[in-house]
Design a protein around this ligand. Structure first.
Ligand SMILES: Nc1ncnc2c1ncn2[C@@H]1O[C@H](COP(=O)(O)OP(=O)(O)OP(=O)(O)O)[C@@H](O)[C@H]1O
Length: 533
């Protein structure tokens, strides 16, 4: 079902349901040939449902639509803009400028009362508001909008250049205040800024809602990511909020934390109709990077017997995933920055640029801030790709996931090797949790598969014991010191055994320096000396 703002294509049953109490605007686009004069339908995203209004051509009867009939099934609408002005000429002028600039989801209102009749369900992104109107003034509309629809951005456009009024409007929450005559360029630039602001407000709002409910809209997209960790769940919620946007997403985390899985899930919920196309940038020199990404035309260089389509084009309207972005050469970074900023690129040998519609997602296991400090990663590129950023916690910071993942991989390995080792006992789980897994989930998987392939539980215990001897105990780094969690084996060691272990660990970390080890444990040097000997 498609409903457009000129009223065409409105199905009979919907018209039948809502044509009686109608809502009017000054715009008149003609009828739809159903024996009714429908002048406009405004279609909006209404939290999973659709809200729409339409009017007869006469515009005499103005009623608020009853709740029931205004709520319809969801049809996504990108950035609806409402213009409110009692002067027909100005209303049409702004409408025309917006549509000429490609904003075709625009509705017009010739008075403030009509727009207020939609509150609090007004689901547009931006209202361009005249101040001086009969009936209800623009200032009153502004106040009600700020109060009841805080996610809607309001730009005041008025013929009166009064500082006092401008200050009052800005204080009341207007995003900007423009004085007529407004140049088209100025209007478009303001609308662009206001819509970006609206996207941020909405994302913020959605994120808060999700965090409050803790629910996911697309649990199926994350089903392959085994976790019981709260932080991971919050990351899923964040991804659901930013998935429909077009700005880049940066995914960081140590090796083996599941960045690839996250990118697949993000693509799945993005609603994009193109494919997910992935490029691993590690080890690519600048020429190969450019050729792989942008392609070339036939004859671009000696061996270019045929044209090559680059990955940007292959991704179409989908997702372009650039992995190991921290390894890009500086010259490739410039090319990538241009692609992200201008959304266009030149295949090698092409005279004209091509447009890119793909959403760019980037991943790295490096600390990009460090790389920027060391002048190995461009600061401008870092800021440009850092708009949406998720950092996956390492496995040692989500110990509750270790038994889950171990059993998950054990089931797979037991099936593959026809093994009877099919369950990890709690004691063995504790043993696993005592290891810090520098290779994260990938390492855990290899450990389990290797054990099952070579004999089962005994091998797992032996491998783990060997690993534990040379590794640091896993301490959660991001909690305040008083809340640091240490993982203990089961059964617990006795007091003496625990003290002995602590002393040994402190001496190891202090490279045998007793004074330094004593400071670590908060005891005197003499006490340390006694413990060591
Ligand atoms: N939470 C998880 N649930 C199930 N499998 C996982 C999970 N996290 C990671 N894996 C698995 O671990 C392996 C490594 O994951 P992935 O390739 O996504 O890591 P990565 O962070 O991209 O690593 P790298 O930086 O080395 O590319 C894959 O086999 C992946 O399926």
């Amino acid at each position: 079902m498609r409903i457009t703002d000129n009223g065409c294509g409105i199905p009979q049953e919907i018209v039948g349901r809502i044509c009686d109490p109608f809502f009017s605007t000054k715009q008149d686009h003609g009828g739809v040939g159903l024996g009714l004069t429908i002048s406009m339908a405004v279609v909006q995203d209404h939290g999973g449902q659709m809200l729409f209004a339409f009017s007869t051509g006469s515009g005499h009867n103005r009623h608020r639509l009853p709740e029931r009939s205004r709520i319809m099934p969801h049809i996504p609408s990108k950035h609806p803009i409402f213009i409110v002005d009692d002067e027909q000429r100005l209303l049409e002028g702004v409408n025309y400028t917006l549509r000429s600039a490609g904003y075709d989801d625009v509705a017009t209102f010739n008075n403030g009362r009509d727009i207020l009749s939609f509150l609090p369900d007004l689901e547009c992104s931006l209202v361009l508001l005249d101040l001086y109107m009969p009936d209800v003034s623009g200032e009153e509309v502004l106040l009600r909008l700020r109060e009841e629809c805080p996610h809607v951005v309001v730009v005041v456009i008025t013929g009166v250049d009064e500082t006092e009024t401008a200050v009052r409007c800005m204080k009341a929450g207007a995003f900007d205040y423009l004085v007529n005559p407004v140049e088209p360029e100025q209007l478009i630039a303001t609308v662009r800024r206001a819509l970006s602001h609206a996207v941020l407000i909405r994302q913020n709002f959605n994120l808060r809602q999700r965090l409050l409910t803790g629910k996911l809209d697309h649990p199926e997209a994350f089903a392959g990511i085994i976790t019981a960790n709260r932080k991971m769940n919050t990351i899923f919620q964040y991804l659901e909020v930013v998935a429909p946007a077009s700005d880049p997403v940066l995914v960081t985390g140590e090796t083996g934390t599941g960045k690839d899985l996250i990118v697949s899930a993000l693509h799945q919920i993005s609603g994009r109709d193109g494919p997910l196309v992935a490029l691993n940038a590690a080890g690519l020199d600048d020429n190969i990077f450019a050729d792989t990404l942008f392609g070339h035309v036939k004859g671009a260089f000696t061996d270019a017997a045929v044209a090559r389509q680059g990955m940007v084009e292959q991704a179409r309207n989908g997702t372009l995933f650039l992995d190991e972005i921290g390894d890009l050469t500086l010259s490739s970074q410039i090319k990538l920055l241009k692609l992200i900023q201008d959304r266009e690129f030149y295949p090698l040998g092409a005279d004209n640029p091509r447009q890119s519609r793909a959403r760019i997602v980037l991943a790295t296991n490096r600390n990009l801030e460090d790389e920027v400090r060391r002048n190995r990663f461009r600061k401008d590129l870092f800021y440009r790709i850092n708009t949406y950023h998720v950092h996956l916690p390492p496995l040692r910071e989500r110990p509750e996931d270790i038994p889950l993942l171990a059993n998950y991989y054990l089931a797979q390995a037991a099936e593959e090797f026809k093994s009877s080792f099919r369950h990890i006992e709690p004691q063995l789980s504790n043993f696993l949790q005592a290891y810090n897994f520098p290779g994260n989930v990938r390492e855990l998987r290899a450990l389990i598969f290797n054990a099952v392939a070579h004999g089962g539980q005994e091998i797992l215990i032996r491998s783990l014991s060997r690993l534990l001897k040379t590794s640091h105990p896993p301490v959660l780094q991001d909690n305040p010191p008083s809340e640091k969690i240490m993982l203990f084996p089961d059964p617990l060691p006795t007091m003496d055994q625990a003290i002995e272990l602590l002393v040994r660990e402190a001496m190891r970390r202090a490279h045998g320096n007793q004074a330094a080890a004593a400071r670590m444990l908060g005891i005197s040097r003499q006490a340390m000396h006694k413990r060591v000997h």
